[in-house]
Design a binder for this molecule. Structure first.
Ligand code: GTP
Ligand code: MG
Length: 138
């Protein structure tokens, strides 16, 4: 069965939304297979966001993501990668559909980077790579 790496980002943890995000994942029928709260260091974030290096939002993104604790979760279930991305909604929280995590709980805060509460792996290859970064040995 498929696995996805989900992060409740620092804005989500700071706003006390971790429980709601986890509850939505469980209500959808997926399993929480591993879970950890930590403030990520720069080296880990450089690995995680390697594909975005050089983009204008890259530095603000790393700054934001290291600004406080995140909740890293391995989610398990058939097609949970696609399923969690549907739960999360589109990247821009202003435009994300109501009913989704970003659409219901997110907004534009005027920050240089989109503070959109959650991250979810976008393919089985990304999931395997990202689980290795956040849960080495799993
Ligand atoms: P998807 O776009 O659905 O893949 O969500 P994602 O969270 O995986 O986004 P992506 O991997 O494209 O980018 C990583 C993160 O960088 C996003 O979640 C945002 O926080 C931020 N980001 C992405 N694109 C932009 C952008 O165009 N402008 C700004 N300011 N931030 C962005
Ligand atoms: Mg992405």
């Amino acid at each position: 069965t498929e696995r996805s790496l989900v992060l409740v980002k620092p804005d989500g943890v700071r706003r006390g939304l971790t429980g709601q995000v986890l509850a939505r994942i469980e209500a959808k029928g997926y399993t929480l297979a591993a879970l950890q709260i930590l403030t990520p260091d720069r080296a880990r974030l450089e690995q995680h966001y390697a594909e975005h290096e050089g983009k204008p939002f890259y530095e603000p993104l790393l700054e934001f993501m290291s600004s406080g604790p995140v909740c890293a979760v391995v989610v398990e279930g058939e097609r949970c990668i696609e399923g969690f991305r549907a739960l999360a909604g589109t990247t821009d929280p202003t435009a994300a559909a109501p009913g989704s995590i970003r659409g219901d709980l997110g907004r534009d805060w005027g920050s240089k980077v989109q503070q959109n509460i959650v991250h979810g792996s976008d393919s089985p290859e990304s999931a395997a790579r990202e689980i290795g970064i956040w849960f080495p040995g799993l």
